[in-house]
Design a protein around this ligand. Structure first.
Ligand SMILES: [Zn+2]
Ligand SMILES: [Zn+2]
Length: 172
């Protein structure tokens, strides 16, 4: 995605609204997007840099980490990046990275991809109480029980089941 900043580049304090929708894919993604990427943001000339701040919305084609079912995951990602107008600010250690750019356009694909990835949860579930797959036969336990649970009682647990605890037995 390209953001034209020709109109604010020369005037400190000048800002513009960005509202762009674009089909987007990235080599950084191991999934596809099921909807175009929508970027709503504000670009502002801060003197030393352009601050680009906004929200990305789209839908990611993920899968449930427990049962592998496809999940249409609604993405809402915060975006906040700075692009140096003055190259001397790039090496300064500040609270945010300041990206370099040339000309009158910001190319923001890699920052968009990073923001989307950062917004995704560590673990995606198709539903809160997903039961996952049986580790023995692979049956999707949301769709019904398999026979493994009944047939294969762990022998160690079977022993415990028959064990009678004697509460009077105290350590000396
Ligand atoms: Zn699931
Ligand atoms: Zn099973």
């Amino acid at each position: 995605m390209r953001i034209s900043i020709d109109d604010i580049k020369a005037i400190v304090g000048k800002a513009k609204e960005i509202d762009l929708t674009e089909d987007f894919c990235s080599e950084d993604f191991d999934f596809q997007l099921l909807a175009p990427l929508h970027f709503k943001a504000k670009a502002e000339n801060k003197g030393e840099y352009i601050l680009l701040e906004g929200v990305i919305t789209t839908v990611a084609d993920l899968h449930c980490d427990a049962c592998l079912a496809p999940v249409k995951f609604p993405v809402e990602a915060e975006f906040r990046e700075a692009y140096a107008l003055n190259h001397s600010v790039i090496d300064e250690e500040g609270e945010m990275d300041i990206h370099a750019f040339d000309g009158g356009e910001l190319l923001i694909d890699s920052e968009l991809a990073a923001s989307v990835l950062f917004s995704l949860p560590m673990r995606v579930l198709c539903r809160e109480d997903c039961r996952g797959l049986c580790p023995l036969c692979g049956q999707n336990l949301n769709e019904g029980k398999c026979v493994c649970a009944e047939e294969q009682i762990d022998p160690r647990l079977a022993v415990l089941k028959n064990f009678k605890f004697d509460r009077s037995d105290k350590e000396v």
